[in-house]
Design a protein around this ligand. Structure first.
Ligand SMILES: Nc1nc2c(c(=O)[nH]1)N[C@H]1C(S)=C(S)[C@@H](COP(=O)(O)OP(=O)(O)OC[C@H]3O[C@@H](n4cnc5c(=O)[nH]c(N)nc54)[C@H](O)[C@@H]3O)O[C@H]1N2
Ligand SMILES: Nc1nc2c(c(=O)[nH]1)N[C@H]1C(S)=C(S)[C@@H](COP(=O)(O)OP(=O)(O)OC[C@H]3O[C@@H](n4cnc5c(=O)[nH]c(N)nc54)[C@H](O)[C@@H]3O)O[C@H]1N2
Ligand code: SF4
Ligand SMILES: [Mo]
Length: 591
């Protein structure tokens, strides 16, 4: 039996056992059951790129690498996606430092939320799963765990569950309470909840005095907003507020937060406000309490792939300013916001290199295509943003297809006469030797059973900082400006919030793709209708599927739908350099 771990971009980071004679049959090595069908089925059903190409013509790997080495002499950019979440992906940083190349900074994923956490707590520590297990009430807020994090579901069993989500997700339907919140209004809900907690004198005074002494100022801040106006803005009845408050006043409460709350320019404020609410309740550092979000999996590690390179934005990348661009493990032509702008820029790159497993919208536009090895075909180390567990990934099988990231870097080092690259095992050991061994299971050096129990900040000697300001002019200003620029015909159409969550049978743009827009039946479209969906950034055509799970003021187009990002803006969040996929409203026209 060989042990490895799933490297797909998923918080579960499942451990896998493989009998090499039976590969690709896989066995789960987790306490809580099975591997998901993304891995067991979809990954193996998806055809791989098996040959390198230059200008569409098949070449040998040696010829392809010769050409890559040649074009790396030009001004070069590395744009890395998260198709493989294991650590060795970052080894290409070393190469870019050597060629004086450019990297990206920012995030398509969780950066705004992370920035909000850092504002309040100083550092983003992962809440261990055992604390979630000990809770009696879980507030699932902008997260869809039955789809995106299925191995956490057993931890939610037999608990009181509240879901705050504009969609009636599968979990929302079984929950004790579902607040079908208006999109982009979570910031106000969090501030109102905190205010009500103070009004009822339910704040955790003793804890606050020690760890978050500015709480009176926070109460004053929450009083700046008129209750009636805010409740009308977020569309929540007073009765639902009351029920919600009674749940969050339970003894052991965990907030399980997801990407949904922060796909907006104000994403970090929302996270900060929810954290401030949790601090008001004193939920940090105690048994069965805490706020769980996508953690910073590299926290506490000395990263051997940290380099000092120039960088450009990951969200609004100026690809066209570079002669050579290496796209590694990603599909920016489809996963980045504002596809028409991204594609125009990608198409003006002289030497676009795609290094990945599958053909996609980006590989089709590349001049040089290098097939990668899948994670079953190389050694690696898997960290997790859902827990602190670290797993060594051992190569399970050999394949004639592709090249690993380490071998790719090594090959270019050789061709360009660079030295200083250590063996692959050296880097893998470098990560592993920093881990804590707890009962035979490796944990990240940042692991703490009760994060923030001694205080906040990296050294736990800071206090919690409450949110004390925010700016939010989307509905009043930005949107209106764009709206005024639209043609009269478009303006007459009603506009809807775009919700763009993850899909069950795809991992972002990998595996099964889709072309569906989900609408509330009250909008009057029929299943199968073709609609043109437009925003100030672009238009695309989708097929209607009605669902009463969707609010009347919103539409849902999942992240695996071809064309969804023609609709989204390349706006960068106010903090965290994050994409703002939902900072947009759409109009619909039947075709
Ligand atoms: N099957 C599958 N699993 C995945 C992925 C995948 O593509 N497929 N992707 C992986 C990746 S890269 C990530 S980052 C994680 C993300 O995992 P999640 O955080 O669960 O991500 P999303 O599906 O983007 O959004 C979660 C929920 O937020 C809700 N939401 C949207 N807007 C709002 C809002 O304004 N307020 C509130 N309260 N809720 C809102 C959506 O309706 C959705 O139910 O999942 C990982 N797991
Ligand atoms: N509308 C909308 N857009 C979104 C989101 C959303 O919720 N809505 N979510 C955003 C989020 S959270 C994320 S994380 C991004 C993800 O966006 P990307 O990082 O671009 O990820 P994918 O689109 O899944 O593309 C991953 C590619 O990696 C390649 N790959 C897989 N394994 C390996 C490997 O071992 N080596 C190499 N070299 N390549 C490999 C595969 O060929 C695959 O096509 O998308 C973002 N885009
Ligand atoms: S649940 Fe996530 S980590 Fe586990 S096998 Fe599926 S994709 Fe991989
Ligand atoms: Mo992500």
């Amino acid at each position: 039996m060989i042990e490895t771990a799933c490297a797909l971009d998923c918080p579960d980071a499942c451990s896998i056992l493989v009998d090499t004679d039976e590969f690709p049959r896989l066995k789960a090595d987790t306490n809580n059951g099975t591997l998901c069908s993304l891995l067991n089925k979809d990954m193996f059903d998806t055809p791989r790129i098996d040959k390198p190409t230059i200008d569409g013509i098949e070449v040998s790997m040696v010829e392809a690498l010769d050409e890559v080495a040649k074009v790396f002499k030009e001004d070069s950019l590395l744009w890395r996606g998260s198709g493989n979440f294991a650590v060795m992906q970052e080894i290409t940083n070393l190469l870019f430092e050597k060629i004086d190349g450019t990297l990206t900074s920012g995030s398509l994923c969780d950066g705004a939320g992370d920035a909000g956490i850092v504002e309040g707590r100083g550092v983003n520590r992962t809440l261990p799963l055992e604390q979630i297990e000990m809770a009696d009430t879980i507030i699932v807020w902008g997260r869809n765990p039955s789809t995106t994090n299925s191995h956490i579901m057993p931890y939610l069993k037999d608990k009181k569950i509240v879901v705050i989500d504009p969609i009636a997700t599968p979990l929302a339907k079984q929950a004790d309470l579902h607040i079908q919140i208006k999109p982009r209004s979570d910031l106000y809900l969090a501030l109102m909840l905190a205010r009500f907690i103070f009004m009822e004198d339910s704040e955790a005074t003793t804890w606050l005095e020690e760890f978050a002494p500015e709480f009176e100022e926070f109460y004053e801040f929450t009083r700046e907003f008129r209750i009636k106006a805010i409740l009308a803005h977020i569309g929540i009845e007073l009765g639902d507020m009351g029920r919600l408050i009674s749940y969050i006043q339970s003894e052991k409460v965990v907030f399980l937060l997801g990407n949904g709350i922060q796909k907006y320019s104000t994403g970090h404020y929302t996270m900060w406000a929810i954290d401030s609410l949790a601090a008001t309740l004193g939920l940090f550092g105690k048994d069965g309490c805490g706020v769980s979000y996508l953690g910073d999996s590299k926290l506490g590690f000395d990263n051997p792939f940290s380099v000092k390179c120039k960088s450009v934005s990951k969200v609004d990348t100026p690809f066209d300013k570079f002669k050579t661009v290496l796209i590694q493990g990603g599909n920016p032509a489809e996963s980045m916001p504002n596809s028409s702008r991204v594609i125009e820029r990608l198409e003006s790159v002289e030497n676009l290199i795609y290094f990945g497993l599958y053909e996609n919208e980006t590989s089709k536009r590349a001049r040089i295509v290098i097939p990668a090895k899948s994670f079953f075909e190389k050694d690696d180390v898997r960290l997790s943003y859902g827990s602190n567990i670290v797993r060594k990934m051992n190569k399970v099988t050999d394949s004639d297809i592709g090249i690993s990231e380490y071998d790719f870097v090594n090959a270019i080092y050789g061709r360009l006469g660079f030295d200083g690259l250590w063996d692959e095992e050296y880097y893998i050991e470098y990560w592993l030797k920093q881990c804590k061994d707890i009962d035979g299971i490796l944990h990240s050096p940042a692991y703490e059973s009760h994060p923030y129990s001694d205080g906040f900040g990296l050294d736990a000697d800071d206090e919690f900082i409450f949110i004390d300001e925010f700016e939010d002019d989307f509905e009043t200003l930005k949107h209106l400006k764009k709206y005024r620029k639209m043609s009269d015909k478009k303006r007459e159409l009603k506009s809807y919030w775009l919700i763009t969550p993850k899909a069950k049978h795809s991992l972002n743009t990998q595996f099964r793709r889709d072309n569906t827009i989900m609408l509330n039946p009250i909008l009057g479209y029929d299943d199968g209708d073709t609609v043109s969906v437009s925003t100030a950034h672009g238009s695309y055509t989708f097929t209607v599927k009605n669902s009463t799970d969707i609010r009347e003021d919103s539409v849902v187009i999942r992240a695996n739908a071809t064309g969804v990002n023609y609709l989204t803006p390349s706006t960068i969040s106010e903090e965290g350099e994050n994409a703002c996929y939902q900072e947009v409203k759409v109009t619909l026209e039947i075709l």
